[in-house]
Every structure is written in structure tokens, then in C-alpha cells.
Design a protein around this ligand. Sequence first.
Ligand SMILES: [Zn+2]
Length: 180
Amino acid sequence: MASAFGHAALGYALGRISFQKTPAKIILLCIACTVIPDADVLGFVFHIPYASAFGHRGFTHSIFFAVLLSLLIIYIFFRKKNDLEMNKTSLFALFFLCTVSHGLLDAMTTGGLGVEFFFPFDTSRYFLPWRPIKVSPLGVSNFFSEWGIMVLKNEFIWIGIPSILLISTRILINRINSRK
Ligand SMILES: [Zn+2]
């Protein structure tokens, strides 16, 4: 995985730039979408092998899971009355993008097994051809080490800076629009 911080930073940026003024509820749900796929590390506790279809970077990192999670979020949080009066299709697209971004970032890391993007049709593991992101250690204790610091520095370059650029562009566009 990339670290939870790296995933969450991208989730925040995607949520922040998607609407002129994105409500906090939506930004928080975007962050949740980017972090939830790594709940599969709990599988290690239950002795589910890493390489199994339901192992780490398996089912919860698939496009199929992103569809399920996004539908579930819409159902739970926007079912009754869409209090934010936002188009549900746009919200679905945003949550889907945030969830899929997790697998994409993992597929750009330097280590571990690849990502099972096409579950349940194909349980092969894939990496992207370009892998600049240093793989993050599994487990909290390993994270507070030289490795963890190196990962954070690396993620600041490959995830943090692009996220800052995206948000800055949105702020600029908002300013230009408000002057019209
Ligand atoms: Zn992951």
C-alpha cells in the first residue's frame, strides 16, 4: 500500500476540487473511500493469505468493490432526502473515483503483490508500468521507523504535491468565477 496518509490526501483533494464549495460531509466520505480498501489487512489476523482473492490488495482493491462501496454510501447517506441537493450520479462517480484511486496508487508502489483490479472476473494481480511510490510498511509499529519517514517524504512528492496543485487550481478557478 501507499500509506493511509497518502491515500487520504488524494481523497481530500478529489473531494475538495469536485464542487465549487464541497460540503465537509462529502469530503469526509471521499477520504473514507480512499482509506477503506486497506481494511483487508484485517485478513492477516484471520490467516487469509496475501495472495488469496480476498487477501491484501485483493477484493477490496477491485473496481467491483469500488462500485459496491459507492452505491452503499449513496444508499446510507443520501437515500432519504438529498439534503445537499447534489446529483446522485455525480456523487457516485466521485466516490467511485476516490475508491479506485486507492488501487491505482497501490499499483504504482515499488513492492508487495499487485492489485486485483478485475475481481471477480480475473483474480490476477496487476501493477501499473510506472511505479515511483515507495511501498509503505504494513502495521503501525513498522511505520514509525526510517522506512516510514522515507515513505512519507516520497509520498509528499508523488501524492502531496499533485494534490496541492489540484486544490490550488480549484481555488484559482473559484476566484476567477467569483469576479465574473
Ligand atoms: Zn491498499
